[in-house]
Design a protein around this ligand. Structure first.
Ligand SMILES: Nc1ncnc2c1ncn2[C@@H]1O[C@H](COP(=O)(O)OP(=O)(O)O)[C@@H](O)[C@H]1O
Ligand SMILES: [Mg+2]
Length: 151
């Protein structure tokens, strides 16, 4: 699998990138969102939500684990920072294999729960407002999607 890299120079460029990406998503899409605090995970999700036609303002779900927004497809915004991973089924599958798009901040913390195929997006802080967006597709559908993103 091939990784893709994009650079942005401010928050709105990151949001625009995510908004474009949203147009390529399908029901049951799973996006793992990685990056340090302040890297832009929530900012990215706001752009994604806009692309999905969500009207409500998206903010960090840190204290709620899952927030659901209605758009062309439902958007499930998850922040699993406070979830303990387990071999037991924690009930995420109805979201991962549902009709909506899942965006999971800090996804590596629930590694055992994750589906086999996903789009992993890592945001790297490169300078004041400079960010690098790394995209790693796992699975055919996400590889196709990533190729379509080469704008
Ligand atoms: N290129 C950029 N991409 C994304 N966010 C940026 C960028 N430049 C500056 N920012 C700012 O960095 C902050 C990122 O915060 P946030 O999205 O909440 O991060 P996280 O969810 O990863 O903790 C916001 O204040 C945003 O405006
Ligand atoms: Mg956040």
């Amino acid at each position: 699998m091939e990784a893709y890299t994009f650079s942005t120079k401010n928050a709105s460029q990151t949001q625009m990138f995510a908004e474009q990406l949203a147009h390529h998503l399908f029901p049951g899409s799973v996006i793992l969102l990685e990056g340090d605090l302040g890297a832009g995970k929530t900012t990215f999700t706001q752009g994604l939500a806009k692309g999905l036609g969500v009207k409500r303002n998206v903010n960090s779900p840190t204290f709620t684990i899952i927030k659901e927004y209605m758009g062309k497809m439902p958007l499930y915004h998850m922040d699993v920072y406070r979830v303990k991973d387990s071999e037991e089924d924690l009930g995420f599958d109805e979201y991962f294999y549902g009709e909506g798009v899942c965006v999971i901040e800090w996804a590596h913390l629930i590694e055992a729960q994750l589906p086999d195929e996903y789009l992993k997006i890592s945001l790297l802080h490169k300078g004041d407002d400079d960010r690098e967006i790394q995209i790693l597709p796992v699975g055919d559908r996400y590889e196709t999607l990533s190729k379509e993103l080469e704008i």
